[in-house]
Design a protein around this ligand. Structure first.
Ligand SMILES: [Zn+2]
Ligand SMILES: [Zn+2]
Length: 146
C-alpha cells in the first residue's frame, strides 16, 4: 500500500499531489512485464530499461512512486523510482522546464505542522518553493492508496 500526499507551500500554495510507494499489484513480475511503460511515461527511458532487462538485469526490490524535484528551479514531480542490477541503472528524468535531471527528495522536519523537503543525494540541500522561495510546506491531506 502506498501513501498519498497533498503538499502545499505554506505561503503561496504551490505544491503537488503525489502518490508514493507501491500498490498491491506492483509485484516485481507485474512491474517488469506489464506496467513498465505506464510507470516510466517516457519511451526512451522505457526502452533503455527493457534492453537492460533483456540483457539479464533484475529489478532491485526498492522501487515505487516517489517525489522528485528539479535541483535547478525546484518544481516538483511525481515519478516512478527503480534500479536495475547489477548495472545500477536508475532512470534520469529530465525537468520539462530546464532539462536538468530531477532528483528524489525526502521529508525533513519543518516547524510545527509543516514539513520541508530535502534532496536525498545532497542532504544539506533543501527544497525551496519555485514561486516564492519559501521552504515550508503544509500537508493538506494524507492518505493511503492501493
Ligand atoms: Zn510558495
Ligand atoms: Zn528545472
Amino acid at each position: 500500500m502506498g501513501e498519498m500526499h497533498n503538499l502545499r507551500c505554506s505561503k503561496c500554495g504551490y505544491g503537488i499531489e503525489a502518490n508514493t510507494g507501491i500498490g498491491m499489484l506492483y509485484s516485481e513480475e507485474n512491474v517488469v512485464n506489464n506496467f513498465l511503460a505506464d510507470l516510466i511515461e517516457d519511451s526512451k527511458l522505457t526502452n533503455q530499461a527493457k534492453t537492460l532487462l533483456k540483457e539479464g538485469n533484475r529489478l532491485n526490490e526498492n522501487y515505487g512512486h516517489a517525489i522528485y524535484a528539479c535541483p535547478n528551479d525546484f518544481y516538483l514531480f511525481n515519478k516512478f523510482y527503480f534500479q536495475l542490477d547489477p548495472t545500477e541503472f536508475v532512470p534520469q528524468y529530465p525537468c520539462p522546464y530546464c532539462q536538468t535531471t530531477l532528483e528524489r527528495v525526502t521529508f525533513a522536519k519543518g516547524s510545527l505542522g509543516t514539513t520541508k523537503l530535502k534532496f536525498i543525494e545532497e542532504p544539506k540541500k533543501f527544497w525551496q518553493c519555485p514561486k516564492c522561495g519559501n521552504e515550508e510546506l503544509n500537508e493538506i491531506s494524507y492518505g493511503n492508496w492501493d
